[in-house]
Design a protein around this ligand. Sequence first.
Ligand SMILES: *Cc1c(COP(=O)(O)O)cnc(C)c1O
Ligand SMILES: [Zn+2]
Length: 415
Amino acid sequence: MEKVRGLKCRECGRGYPATPVHVCEFCFGPLEVEYDYEALRGRVTRASIEAGPPSMWRYKDLLPIDGEIAVGHHVGFTPLTRARNLADELGVAELYIKNDSVCHPTWSFKDRVVAVAVTKAKEFGFDTVACASTGNLANSVAAHAAEGRLKSYIFIPADLEQGKVLATLVYNPTLVAVHGTYDQVNRLCSEIADKYRWAFVNVNFRPYYSEGSKSYGFEIVEQLGWRPPQHIVVPCAGGSLITKIWKAIKELAALGLIAPPSGTRMHAAQALGCGPIVTMIKKDTDVLVPVRPDTIAKSLAIGNPADGYYAYRTTKESGGFGEHATDEEIIEGMLLLARTEGIFTETAGGVTVAATKKLIETGAIPRDESVVISITGNGLKTPDALYERLETHVKIGPSLSAFDRALADLKSQTA
Ligand SMILES: *Cc1c(COP(=O)(O)O)cnc(C)c1O
Ligand SMILES: [Zn+2]
């Protein structure tokens, strides 16, 4: 049975065979994978999914992979945890964290998209993979290329965090640091993709790559007992993840695994220093105005997001909203999540926590409704953001009396 019908233009609807193409020849619209839901209905059931492996591949039937999985066998099925402490702090009744800060193997949700794209690249017979990255994608493409014995070229803005550079280099790709913004790196990669026969996971492989993000949405719904939450807050860079979580929920409804409509409202979170999608939402316009990023949330620093328009449409269609976070609020968000739930997320997670707080305060998220916060990356990759904020409390020699004195000092300070 063929589950994938082909690719389809999101704008004019024209169909294409499932090959490594990503733009419509007629209207230049982006292409998306189209499935045969008729064929899938009845074959994909809650039971068939639950009997699958504890990874994103329990949803393989809803991903554009024809053959065997080539890399990333253990990606996904990350914890969804009830966050009672943070819920108390934010004043909401039912709050959950979908925690991809512990996604295998490179600690961000990008492993989901890359596992699909690299498997697909091997299916199509490519020997080289590549990407333009704000950091996490670089880590993940390099790691999966190593596992899949492929060559890799990774393009990043030269001012990326040291942690992310190191966590790419360790896998031995060819790392190209470009003096410019991510948007300039991305434009360069489009030109390179035209010239060399490489699988650029987020350029010519974008239709396949982006489908991997659906697994994050499928898992949220399954882990809540096949009950979609009323709100999901999602950090946006290129704007793909938020649209694909929404697509995932719609697919579950189309397959009869949940009752439509889901009633889930999708909310976008961005940094104030790079928030063109949230700006669209707040101004209620479908015209995206590109910005030059200036934020500590570098993994979200895309000033001209490829899926910005669709991310805006997703929030609009679902009845969601969006919020910006300042650099200070991002740090407060990271510290709040760590202090209340014991989860150390990167700056992107700080953005999402901060935005959620505002969405609750303004009433966009009512306090008695269920909320999932999307935590998409790990804090150990971006320690730079916190070095100046955190300090060792007590420094002493190795004696009990020194500790007693220090403890007395501490107590007098807090008294
Ligand atoms: C890339 C990234 C995102 C946003 O993904 P898009 O699909 O480009 O919107 C969110 N969080 C983290 C940690 C990321 O690395
Ligand atoms: Zn078209």
